[in-house]
Write a protein that binds this ligand. Structure first.
Ligand SMILES: [Zn+2]
Length: 283
C-alpha cells in the first residue's frame, strides 16, 4: 500500500495550466490561457494580445496609462474612513480598514488625481476593487465630490473610472447618501458646461451603477465588463424567467441603449482627449 493516495478524483491539473514559470515574469490570460511576458502584457495596457481580455487593474495602473509620462498630482491622498456606526461583522470595521490598508497600500476604494492626457488637463477619480470590493463608503463619495470641485475650479473635464460591488454595508445609510451627494455635485458640473465622462469597468454594480456611473455626458465601458444593478440570481428570482445570453455585459448594455460606446483600453487615452476636445469647443 502506498503512503499517499489521492482520495478525490478530478483535481488533477492539465499540463497547459501548470505554472512552471515564476510569478511576476509571465502572465496567463484567464480567458484563453495564453501566456505572455508580464512586461508585454503591461505594454499592451493589460489586455491579452490573443483574445483581448481586459485584465482588472487598479487606480495606479490607470493613472500611469492615461496621464502623460505617468505624471499626476493626487488629491486628498490621506483621507481615511471613520466608523460612524461602530459596525462589527466578523471583525470590527476599523480593524477591517486597517488590515485592508496594510494589504493593499491604499487608503480607501477611490483615488483622485489631476494631470494631462495628450496635453489636455483632466481630473480623474478611479476606484480600486482591491479595497473591500471597491465598495462606496463616505471616503469614496467625499473624494469624488472633491474631485468634481477641483474640476469645477480648474475647468478641467472630469473622468470617473468605476469598478465596484456597490454600497459599503459597514456604513449603511452613510454609504447610500454618497449616491445623492455625488449626483448633486455632478449637476454643478453640468451647469458649468464641463464635460463628465463615466468609464464603467469590470465590474460596475449596485449603488455605483445607480448613481454617478450612469450620469456621464458620455457613459462608456471597457469590453466584456459586467455592468448591472442587482445580481443575475436576484433578478431571475424576481421576474421568474431565465435571463438572455450575455445579460449584464457591456456589449448587452450598449445594445440596450445604456452606453454610448465601448472603448478598447489601448485606445482609451486617445479617445478621451479627442472627445473632450470636441465637447469643449465653443458653440
Ligand atoms: Zn486571452
Amino acid at each position: 500500500m502506498s503512503w499517499f493516495r489521492r482520495t478525490e478524483k478530478g483535481i488533477s491539473t492539465p499540463t497547459e495550466l501548470k505554472r512552471e514559470t515564476p510569478d511576476g515574469l509571465w502572465y496567463q490570460c484567464p480567458e484563453c490561457k495564453n501566456v505572455v511576458q508580464t512586461r508585454e502584457h503591461q505594454q499592451n495596457a493589460y489586455t491579452c494580445p490573443k483574445c483581448n481580455y481586459h485584465d482588472k487593474i487598479g487606480s495606479e495602473a490607470y493613472f500611469n496609462l492615461l496621464f502623460d509620462e505617468g505624471k499626476y498630482t493626487e488629491l486628498d491622498k490621506d483621507m481615511i474612513s471613520g466608523d460612524p456606526l461602530n459596525f462589527v461583522d466578523t471583525k470590527a470595521y476599523p480593524a477591517r480598514i486597517k488590515a485592508t490598508v496594510e494589504k493593499t497600500g491604499l487608503k480607501d476604494a477611490c483615488r483622485t488625481a489631476y494631470g494631462k492626457i495628450n496635453g489636455v488637463d483632466f481630473t480623474i477619480s478611479c476606484m480600486d476593487f482591491g479595497f473591500i470590493g471597491g465598495s462606496m463608503g463616505s471616503v469614496v463619495g467625499e473624494k469624488i465630490a472633491r474631485g468634481i470641485d477641483h474640476a469645477l475650479k480648474k475647468k478641467t473635464p472630469f473622468l470617473m473610472i468605476s469598478k465596484s460591488g456597490g454600497a459599503r454595508m459597514m456604513e449603511a445609510g452613510f454609504s447610500l447618501m454618497q449616491m445623492a451627494k455625488t449626483s448633486a455635485k455632478l449637476a454643478l458640473l453640468e451647469e458649468a458646461k464641463i464635460p463628465y465622462i463615466s468609464l464603467l469597468t469590470d465590474p460596475t454594480t449596485g449603488g455605483v451603477t445607480a448613481s454617478f456611473a450612469m450620469l456621464g455626458d458620455l457613459n462608456i465601458a471597457e469590453p466584456g465588463s459586467l455592468i448591472g444593478f442587482a445580481g443575475p440570481r436576484v433578478i431571475k428570482e424576481t421576474i421568474g424567467k431565465d435571463l438572455p445570453k450575455g445579460f449584464q455585459t457591456a456589449e448587452f448594455v450598449l445594445e440596450h441603449g445604456f452606453l454610448d460606446f465601448i472603448v478598447d483600453r489601448k485606445e482609451l487615452k486617445d479617445k478621451l482627449s479627442s472627445v473632450v476636445t470636441i465637447m469643449m469647443q465653443p458653440s
